[in-house]
Design a protein around this ligand. Structure first.
Ligand SMILES: Nc1ncnc2c1ncn2[C@@H]1O[C@H](COP(=O)(O)OP(=O)(O)OP(=O)(O)O)[C@@H](O)[C@H]1O
Ligand SMILES: [Mg+2]
Length: 284
């Protein structure tokens, strides 16, 4: 047999739903499928006919000019906004009518374009808030301080440290989140989201405000998270070096509609995408 092709760039394979996923994910159920998703705000159609499938270990990108509807898509996928039309299938389940916390328990965790941390709580406490979604705390053992409570406490601490280790942040465990530099706050938000044990992690502009070396490091860490946790990640990002460097499938949004889907190479060479970003050029 010919040698394996794992070192080659990812091949994207079409699915029946007009979406593409990495070749290794093709015979597996997508972690998420959006079908005909859309939302209107009064007279404004912010998102329309959004169709996408994400493979269970895919790193996917969602890009587009300012105001294209990217954050709105994340709000639709997490039920922060109720879709005007369309369906979201998460791990095979329709999320219609679920509360935000139920969508989180069903598998989606996210970070926000504007960082949302508990700034007066420590780094570890912020991670523990995420963990509380995952580990069920036994109320009785907590109140009575039975040994099992302490075991759980130790479990919480150990797990928090393990998660903070992803970004080498264990030594910051007792620092107030609000006292961290900006880049570290963004990393902490990712750790807190991971603490909820998601199967799909949504990152809204994770590199915003980071310097080039922090961005390069983040890129490596996003890949590491995918490999270590075997989860899917979808990111919104304006930093094209990051998007083109780590995303396998990319969807481009313009005025609320997907205008292109494909690999980084396909997207970079797509005339419609170039026009959406640069505007019409050279008209005489
Ligand atoms: N709650 C809302 N009510 C009314 N309009 C909204 C609401 N949320 C978003 N919009 C509108 O939807 C459109 C898309 O906004 P969105 O924030 O999703 O864009 P974006 O692609 O994330 O942009 P950016 O790159 O600047 O973050 C904008 O016109 C915005 O004003
Ligand atoms: Mg946005």
């Amino acid at each position: 047999m010919a040698s394996n092709v794992t070192r080659e760039r990812t091949k994207m394979v079409p699915l029946p739903s007009d979406s593409i996923v990495p070749e290794r994910d093709v015979n597996k159920r997508p972690v998420l499928e959006a079908r005909h998703l859309g939302i209107d705000f009064g007279g404004l159609t912010a998102v329309d006919e959004f169709n996408l499938a994400i493979g269970p270990t895919e790193i996917a990108g969602l890009i587009g000019p300012n105001g294209a509807g990217k954050t709105t898509v994340f709000n639709l996928l997490t039920n922060v906004y109720k879709p005007t039309r369309g369906t979201v299938i998460l791990n095979g389940k329709d999320t219609k009518g679920m509360r935000i916390d139920q969508v989180n328990r069903a598998g989606i965790a996210r970070t926000f374009q504007n960082i949302r941390l508990f700034t007066d709580l420590t780094v570890e406490e912020n991670v523990r808030i995420g963990l509380h979604n995952e580990i069920k705390c036994n109320m009785f053992s907590g109140i009575l301080r039975l040994p099992s409570h302490w075991r759980t406490e130790k479990e919480f601490h150990d797990r928090s440290m393990e998660l903070l280790k992803i970004f080498d942040m264990e030594y910051l465990a007792d620092v107030k989140a609000g006292a961290l530099p900006y880049g570290a706050q963004r990393r902490l938000e990712i750790v807190r989201a991971l603490a909820t044990n998601p199967s799909l992690l949504l990152l809204d502009e994770p590199a915003a405000g980071m310097n080039p070396s922090e961005t390069a490091e983040l890129m490596e860490n996003i890949r590491k998270i995918r490999d270590q946790f075997q989860i899917a990640i979808m990111l919104i990002e304006h930093d094209m070096s990051l998007v083109m460097g780590i995303c396998e499938g990319i969807a481009v949004l313009n005025y609320g509609k997907i205008i292109a889907k494909g690999t980084p190479e396909e997207i970079q060479n797509n005339p419609q995408v170039i026009e959406a970003y640069l505007g019409k050029q050279g008209e005489d």
